[in-house]
Design a protein around this ligand. Sequence first.
Ligand code: ADP
Ligand code: MG
Length: 303
Amino acid sequence: MPGEFDFISWLRQHQSRSPLVRLGIGDDLAVLKLPADDLLLVGVDQMMDGVHFDSAIHTPRAIGRKAMNRNLSDCAAMACLPAAALATICLPKGVGEDYARELYLGMTEAGQPFDCPVVGGDTGSWSGKLVVSVTILGRSAGVEPVTRSGAKPGDTIYVTGPLGGSILGRHMTFEPRVKLARYLAGSGTITSMIDLSDGLSRDLANVCRQSGVGARVAIESIPVHDDALKMSVPNLDADVVAQTRVAFDHALHDGEDYELLFTSSGTPDVGTRIGEITNTTGIIGTYRNVPEPLTPRGWEHTL
Ligand code: ADP
Ligand code: MG
């Protein structure tokens, strides 16, 4: 029976490299050399079978890609450049080495366009389901990190793409908005940013809470993804107005769009304007000129 050590020797032979990595997979720790004036940004994001993916449907390659892309999306949210990643995989006993290799190849494939290699990790097997955890190292590379806490009353709120209905498949295949984030942050008028993983309503609430501000969102101005439209059709009997509202609700509350939500004190040349930051607390939505409280309904893990 091949084991952990066969897999690790395969990893050593198949690791991708980057100029920042002095020593990658194979030793007790990896060694990186970052340019001296870089800030180091660090984060981790885990995925569990049955919550973030379904191992009965999704291939290990697709699961690996998503595990890496979620972390690259966090880099986008902070406007840093991905530098390297570490991956721990907790495999159900008996899935085999090929499955582990495919997971790893999915991660390296997703990291490649960003020069972000997997430089280490840990491998275990157990009687439970698949758990994949990726730790990401990012660097500021000349752009000050953008936080969730900088939104100011009067700022305009933007999103970078159409939202809603990601469960139809996009939640596995999205592209992290790293380049766009760097461009926006480089322009100097971005005051806060977050990637839309838990749903617009919840992620905007996080920005507002952490910035100590409120917001007003013009619901009709939210770009709605075709997937959200598809999901709104079967719900209702022929009432187009009501169907449209259901599609907006998908755009507001579904998670895992992995577009960026940002606030700006200027007028950026990318993004769709959806509202503005206010000096009250709480988030108000307006739909057809009627105000309504916008309560977060997006994803939350209950503990
Ligand atoms: P240790 O027991 O010293 O922690 P391991 O045997 O767990 O070492 O790992 C050996 C090498 O393989 C290390 O460089 C580690 O980072 C790497 N590694 C182990 N599992 C993975 C994985 N799933 N993905 C990437 N690298 C891994
Ligand atoms: Mg180990």
